[in-house]
Ligand binder design. Structure first.
Ligand code: HEM
Length: 536
């Protein structure tokens, strides 16, 4: 809250410290004391020493000393914007209520406010936005039934399917723990030993790994979710965002390097400036729907996030559109403190048994309690707009008591007959899938690690294939033979031509660089740089 107004306009308690007409530009400290001298600390005589009761100075400097909070452990670099989602009231040509009872989708033209954060994944908060990396596409819908977060990426699939592997994967992608330099060999060491990542690596090292800007990219929920209707029947769902008033555009490595030489923030700048000049980016939200079963007729498991659902077989069915029309008023308060999570669903939306999704669902709110604080859900950007009434109390930075207006303030427990909060009436039948199986540690039975990687490679245009091969050769050039061989083996499984072109490219690059055989990482990085391939 600044100068008596909420900084975000997205809810939270209203600030009534200043009545209308009492607005003042007088500088104060956080205790409301007017500051008469903001240039000089108190000292004994004009040459010091200073005294300890300099309250204004101590408050100012000690707040400054605490100005930073931990960065997001991944997706640290981001940009955000406010806007709205407008429902079509249908899914394709059918009434949406056939599949979900979620209120935000039901009526054509119904608007739900949203806050969106786009991001890159691996590097820190000020890293260049031109790096080869998936892009985050996280949307918070402030619905009448509470918040819904759709935490997605630009690419429609992911590297791994088991959440147990996520910390290792991120460690391999991040800078080396000794040198603090990103070493692409460590990344390919992990990827080549995780064959399920071959499909994602094929997208990432193609031009699809560097979207031109946030406005010119798609989004996807990646994981498989469920929709649940009034009768409690569930279907499997994938979510997709397609840009409406911008075309999808990706960059070649060379184009990205040219931008990076001049601007580390081109994507944030592009989004901010477009919204400021009234060129509001729009995306259409579509879903793919599958019946809620194992689908033995498919050669992959519909719960596997390393797979695309073929859009000819399972069409994209539009459900609404999103418009981003307002920039944040304060980056830290709104964008940095925004907290999205896959567990944040509303009635009519549900989880599937996608293991990666279930692992993610623990991770987000866990990290946010550490990164932002116990009461992160009381911050205006994270709080639901309409109604939050809990019996949760206290904890660091409690900002207000989230009790209902009519609630007996003495009753912070439930059940009670003395005016406490009451359980809600169910909106429809519960979705109750039933299970009967052994508890195991086991890979899914249809991993099909390479089939779709090959399909994706074959569908690329020639220039995209050329870029992909050049980028992989540039990256593998700095990897030891064991890593190269495993990677080439995996690529060949996907498509013989794909594997052959990378192997031949490496042979040629080795011969040209005079370093035949193993290239130590540092030396290799120099060669890669000379040959125009950066190691990020
Ligand atoms: C951010 C964990 C997979 C998209 C994060 C954060 C964590 C995390 C801890 C930081 C959150 C914060 O500090 O607020 C995981 C785990 C995964 C996983 C454990 C797998 C087991 C994915 C996948 C996607 C994804 C598959 C894409 C669908 C995002 C996005 C953000 C994010 C977009 C940034 C959200 C924002 O803008 O604040 N993830 N993640 N993650 N993750 Fe994941």
């Amino acid at each position: 809250v600044r100068n008596g107004t909420a900084v975000t306009g997205v809810g939270g308690p209203s600030d009534e410290r200043l009545a209308p007409g009492e607005q003042s530009m007088t500088l104060t400290d956080r205790q409301g004391h007017p500051i008469t001298d903001n240039q000089n600390i108190r000292t004994v005589g004009d040459r010091g020493p200073s005294t300890l009761e300099n309250y204004h100075f101590l408050e100012k400097i000690s707040h400054f000393d605490r100005e930073k909070i931990p960065e997001r452990v991944v997706h640290a670099r981001g940009a955000g914007a406010h806007g709205y989602f407008e429902a079509y009231g249908k899914v394709g040509n059918e009434p949406v209520a056939k599949y979900t009872r979620a209120k935000l989708f039901q009526e054509a033209g119904k608007r739900t406010p949203v806050f969106v954060r786009f991001s890159t994944v691996v590097h820190g908060g000020h890293s260049p936005e031109t790096l080869r990396d998936p892009r985050g596409f996280a949307v918070k819908f402030y619905t009448e039934e509470g918040n819904w977060d759709l935490v997605g990426n630009n690419l429609k699939i992911f590297f791994i399917r088991d959440p147990l592997k996520f910390p290792d994967m991120v460690h391999a992608f991040r800078p080396d723990p000794v040198t603090h330099i990103q070493n692409i060999e460590r990344m390919f060491d992990f990827l080549s030993n995780s064959p399920e990542s071959t499909h994602m690596a094929t997208f990432l090292f193609s031009p699809w790994g560097i979207p031109a800007s946030y406005r010119e990219m798609q989004g996807s929920g990646v994981n498989t979710y469920k929709w649940v209707n009034q009768e409690g029947t569930g279907v499997l769902i994938k979510y997709h965002w397609e840009p409406i008033n911008n075309k999808i555009r990706n960059l070649t490595q060379k184009e990205a390097e040219e931008i990076q030489a001049k601007n580390y923030s081109h994507a944030t700048q592009d989004l901010y400036e477009a919204i400021e000049r009234g060129d509001h980016p729009e995306w259409e939200l579509s879903v793919q729907i599958l019946s809620d079963d194992e689908h033995p007729e498919l050669d992959f498991d519909p719960l596997d996030p390393t797979k695309l659902w073929d859009h000819e077989q399972f069409p994209f069915l539009p459900v609404g559109k999103m418009v981003l029309n307002k920039n944040p008023e304060d980056y830290f308060a709104e964008v940095e403190q925004a907290a999205f999570g896959t567990g944040v669903l509303v009635d009519g939306l549900d989880f599937s048994d996608d293991k990666l999704l279930q692992g993610r669902t623990f991770s987000y709110s866990d990290t946010q309690r550490h990164r932002v604080g116990t009461n992160y859900l009381q911050l205006p950007v994270n709080a639901p707009k309409k109604h939050a009434a809990t019996n949760q109390r206290d904890g660091q930075m409690t900002y207000f008591v989230d009790r209902a207006p009519g609630q007996n303030p003495h009753v912070n427990y439930e059940p009670s007959s003395l005016g406490g909060l009451q359980e809600a009436v169910p909106q429809g039948a519960d979705h109750e899938p039933s299970y009967s199986d052994k508890l195991v540690r086991q890979k899914i039975s249809r991993p099909n690690d390479f089939g779709q990687a090959g399909d994706t490679y074959r569908k690329f245009e020639d220039w995209e294939k050329d870029e992909l091969i050049a980028n992989l050769v540039g990256a593998l050039l700095v990897s030891s033979p064991v890593v190269r061989d495993k990677m080439i083996h995996n690529l060949t499984q996907a498509d013989a031509d794909y594997g052959r072109r990378v192997a031949e490219g490496l042979k040629k690059a080795d011969a040209e660089s005079k370093h035949i055989g193993t290239v130590p990482a540092q030396e290799g990085a120099e060669i890669a740089e000379k040959s125009g391939h950066q190691t990020d």
